[in-house]
Design a protein around this ligand. Structure first.
Ligand SMILES: Cc1ncc(COP(=O)(O)O)c(C=O)c1O
Length: 364
């Protein structure tokens, strides 16, 4: 009798799916290089070096019932978000990170062969999920200064089911022009704006437009500004009818009890989180000016908590490997237009000094 092979019966497009290029497990690599865990500096995931706010840490000690399922309607969290965003709670839904919400959006709108348009380089999850849902994924490359080719985008948007754009964008760090959003909203595509880094930017959020517009969804997250990446909690703001569709489609208990407690507590600690965000943006500007003076580095202006830096006449992966041997983790890429770039998430001032020193020590 031949043995059952589960892979044989997988849906073919899942069998052929490339793995998501996630950030590596730093402790395994540190072990490989013989580095103590305490000396590891993770600046590869755009996480928040300050962690959760004091009130969120307190809530995580006691303010939830681990033995109970969470509220399917997410009532308390949506009410807290209503106050924070000044948008009615009926226009808000929470998810296990914006990642879950991206997956849900595709699950709700995308049939095999539907077109999804983005402007890369950008966040890898958009393409990863597109492959799972068998969408036709169209990437319009950004220009050299990372601005968007508006005509090409508007042209493709006309025949697309969905346009998804990060603003500010990961990894390029720049924001969309509001005038372009207005034009996109006149097309027949569903427009998804991912504002994961908006709290580090001077640009205004589009949440209030999203609450009343039938074709706009804005995604936000507690991972970056609120330092809750490991708890997996984000939210979408959209028209009431879109939120109703989310509420019907999502897993009933999609957000965990500790995540909800920490998110609600974070929204009581806005001043502290905003103060930390401004420390990070000041650090970003300081690191930018230092790196700019290193002849083989070209940092790009950023409205986020990270910097994308071109390594001139250097191999970015080799630079990253050199830093790894000192316990410093940064991000590199395989896409053509950024394969000579490194991305450095902002840490505390001392942590950033360590990266600056490591980069300065790499000889010309
Ligand atoms: C643009 C963008 N959107 C979404 C996410 C993921 O956010 P979450 O942790 O809420 O799933 C990231 C994470 O790096 C990101 O860069």
């Amino acid at each position: 009798m031949t043995e059952f092979d589960p892979i044989d019966t997988l849906r073919p497009h899942i069998r052929d799916l490339p793995s998501y290029e996630a950030i590596p497990d730093s402790s395994a690599i540190a072990k490989q290089y013989g580095i103590a865990n305490k000396d590891i500096l993770r600046l590869d995931g755009n996480e928040n070096p300050f962690g959760p706010s004091p009130l969120a840490l307190e809530a995580l000690q006691s303010e939830y019932e681990a033995e109970r399922y969470t509220d399917v309607n997410q009532t308390l969290l949506r009410e807290s978000l209503q106050k924070f965003l000044n948008v009615p709670s009926e226009n808000i839904v929470a998810g296990a990170g914006s990642d879950e919400l991206i997956d849900l959006i595709y699950r709700m709108w995308i049939q095999p062969g539907d077109r999804i348009v983005t402007c890369g380089p950008t966040f890898g999850m958009y393409a990863f999920d597109a492959a799972i849902y068998q969408a036709e994924f169209i990437n319009i490359n950004r220009k050299m200064d990372w601005s968007i080719d508006e005509n090409a985008l508007l042209h493709e948007a006309e025949n697309a089911k969905l346009v998804i754009l990060a603003t500010p964008n990961n990894p390029t760090g720049n924001s969309l022009q509001p005038a372009l959003v207005e034009k996109l909203l006149k097309t027949k595509a569903l427009i998804v704006l991912d504002e994961a880094y908006i709290e580090f930017s001077q640009s205004s959020s589009m949440v209030s437009i999203a609450s009343s517009h039938p074709s706009l969804i804005v995604l936000r997250t507690f991972s970056k500004w609120a330092g809750l990446a490991g708890l997996r909690i984000g939210y979408a703001v959209a028209h009431r009818r879109i939120i109703e569709a989310f509420m019907k489609t999502k897993q009933p208990y999609n957000v965990s009890a500790p995540s909800v407690a920490a998110a609600i507590a974070s929204l009581k600690d806005i001043e502290e989180l905003d103060r930390r965000a401004s420390v990070l943006t000041a650090e970003r500007n300081r690191v930018f000016s230092v790196l700019e003076k290193i002849s083989w580095l070209k940092p790009f202006q950023s409205e986020t908590n990270f910097l994308l830096v071109r390594t001139i006449d250097r191999n970015a992966k080799e630079i990253s490997d050199k830093l790894r041997r000192e316990g410093i983790f940064i991000r590199t890429y395989s896409e053509d237009n950024i394969k000579d770039c490194i991305r450095i998430s902002m840490g505390t001032s001392l942590q950033n000094d360590r990266v600056i020193e490591a980069l300065s020590n790499i000889e010309r």
